[in-house]
Design a protein around this ligand. Structure first.
Ligand SMILES: Nc1ncnc2c1ncn2[C@@H]1O[C@H](COP(=O)(O)OP(=O)(O)O)[C@@H](O)[C@H]1O
Ligand SMILES: [Mg+2]
Length: 505
């Protein structure tokens, strides 16, 4: 018997990028097949080919042994393929039932939408998987997890033979994932072939028996997961064993930045500390404890209402980020997409943003020099792919982050401030960024890292300041560094009942 779904030699070329190169694997009826790979491996491109959004440059898709032409999404759906999108394509103001029949409504006499009948069938499909969802409710009132269930119910209605899911759980809670996992398992029991893309290995190990691992557009292998450890799978995804992570310190006792009694209108209260050449200073604390606000003060993005900052022993006053940049300070923000980059511009022009002065004399830009520096700094941070004219938005999160670091290096920055340096970045790139931070410290930079991931803080920091309520609650050196120690200082002390009632009054 032929497998339900086969990819045979699928390639896809975009201008300047080979997103897929001869991808072949198959998925049986009733199988939940994991599709794993780092950002940029080609997973979404493959699913877009399966769902008729893209046409392959070469190769074919077979369903139940027969080659199919998936010329567009309608054709793919007619061939039995349902795609559960990463960004759900639904209409919030229409009802759940209307959304389930979007694009192909049931009609009476070909004229009027048979609303009642739609609701009845929608209810039937939903009842099979999640009876708590009301088919008449406006879709916009549902949570993301429920909307996904609606998309799956819609696939049931369409009698889909293949369901493809692209990172369906990126915004779900663990219990919502449990529910979704049950629904997916139910689909498979009914003979549907499921292709499940996620970068969360524990999920894939939880619900898939087999998986295909991709890297840089090619299939590394299709494997039985019971034979493999998560670590082995990660090594296949990134193409090497991730080095055992141990901390190396380059901290000196030369003070590069010192803050005394810093306060802001935003959150920061009376913060004092020194930052040394070669040091990686971690800042831990709960969300809302003032960590980001402190970085913004140091980067000149907010004004201090009290206190002083000195760089190399000289008093500094930051009225704007420009002043902080001139003093050698660069911020790598948490919200890369919103604050860090100009998405449509190239790597080179994003790099030049912080250092136009370096490349211009009397208003004329020295393009030769600009290109030279871009090539130098981007190879320093190991940008991949090494395409300096490509719009930055087409790079993975990890490589965007590297480009922002390269930008500060080009600007001659000596003090780097990182806010959540690896948020939304996959495992391989994460390890690279850790090494880069360590190397930069080794080259004499001073680094501040704000992170909510305690293992990350512990991996990187020579010393940790724990913030609570806008101020520094504790300072921990490496000898006293542990998740427990950080948590103990980060969490507000439990209040006595008397203090609580006093506050309520
Ligand atoms: N429309 C597009 N135009 C140009 N390049 C693209 C396009 N879509 C994806 N790519 C590139 O193809 C490669 C694979 O991307 P993608 O399939 O999104 O990977 P994944 O889903 O595994 O993260 C990446 O290098 C990406 O930048
Ligand atoms: Mg993707």
């Amino acid at each position: 018997m032929s497998p339900r779904l086969q990819f045979q030699g699928i390639s896809k070329l975009f201008p300047a990028v080979r997103a897929l190169d001869g991808v072949s694997f198959s998925v049986g009826a009733g199988e939940i097949h994991g599709l794993l790979g780092e950002n940029g491996a080609g997973k979404s491109t493959l699913l877009r080919i399966l769902s008729g959004v893209y046409r392959p440059t070469a190769g074919s898709v077979l369903i139940d042994g027969k080659p199919v032409t998936l010329a567009n999404p309608v054709a793919a759906r007619a061939a039995g393929v349902a795609m559960i999108h990463q960004e759900l394509q639904q209409v919030p103001r229409l009802s759940v039932a209307q959304n389930m029949f979007l694009g192909h409504p049931l009609t009476r006499g070909g004229m009027f939408v048979a609303r009642r009948e739609q609701e009845r069938r929608a209810a039937e499909a939903l009842a099979a998987i999640d009876p708590s969802i009301n088919p008449a409710a406006p879709l916009g009132t549902l949570k993301v997890a429920q909307r996904q269930i609606v998309e799956i119910a819609r696939a049931l209605l369409d009698r889909a033979r293949i369901v493809a899911m692209d990172e369906p759980t990126s915004s779900l809670t663990p219990s919502e994932f449990e529910r979704l996992a049950q629904v997916i398992t139910g689909l498979a029991r009914d003979g549907v072939a499921v292709v499940y893309v996620s970068h969360k290995l524990d999920e894939v190990f939880g619900i898939c028996r087999r998986a295909t691992i991709m890297r840089d557009g090619v299939v590394v292998d299709s494997v039985d997961l019971k034979d493999l450890s998560e670590k082995a799978v990660v090594a296949m995804m990134v193409g090497r064993e991730l080095a055992q992570e141990h901390h190396t310190s380059h901290a000196s006792n030369k003070v590069m930045l010192s803050a005394r009694g810093l306060s802001s209108a935003t959150k920061v209260r009376n913060v004092s500390f020194d930052l040394h050449r070669g040091e990686v200073l971690g800042i831990a604390g709960l969300v809302g404890s003032g960590r980001t606000e402190l970085l913004r003060l140091l980067a000149g993005a907010d004004r201090a209402t009290a206190g002083t900052i000195a760089i190399d022993g000289k008093a500094a006053r930051f009225a704007s980020p420009r002043d902080a940049i001139a003093a050698g300070i660069g911020l790598v923000p948490e919200e890369r997409k919103r604050e860090g980059i100009v998405p449509l511009r190239s790597i080179t022009s994003n790099m030049a943003l912080a250092s136009m002065g370096v490349f211009a004399s009397r208003g004329v830009i020295d393009h030769t020099r600009l290109k030279q520096v871009a090539a130098e700094k981007m190879s320093r941070v190991n940008l991949r792919p090494f395409l300096l004219d490509r719009p930055i938005r087409l790079f993975s999160g990890g490589n965007q982050q590297k480009a922002i670091i390269g930008r500060w290096l080009a600007a001659g920055t000596r003090i780097l401030l990182f806010d959540e340096p690896t948020r939304g970045i996959d495992v391989g790139a994460k390890a690279e960024i850790y090494h880069l931070i360590e190397e930069l410290a080794g080259e004499g930079h001073a680094v501040v890292v704000v992170s909510s991931e305690l293992p990350e803080v512990i991996r990187l920091a020579d010393r940790v300041l724990v913030m609570r309520d806008g101020t520094i609650a504790a300072e921990l050196d490496r000898a006293n560094l542990s998740e427990q120690a950080i948590a103990a200082h980060a969490i507000p002390q439990t209040q006595t009942p008397a203090a609580q009632s006093a506050r309520q009054r």
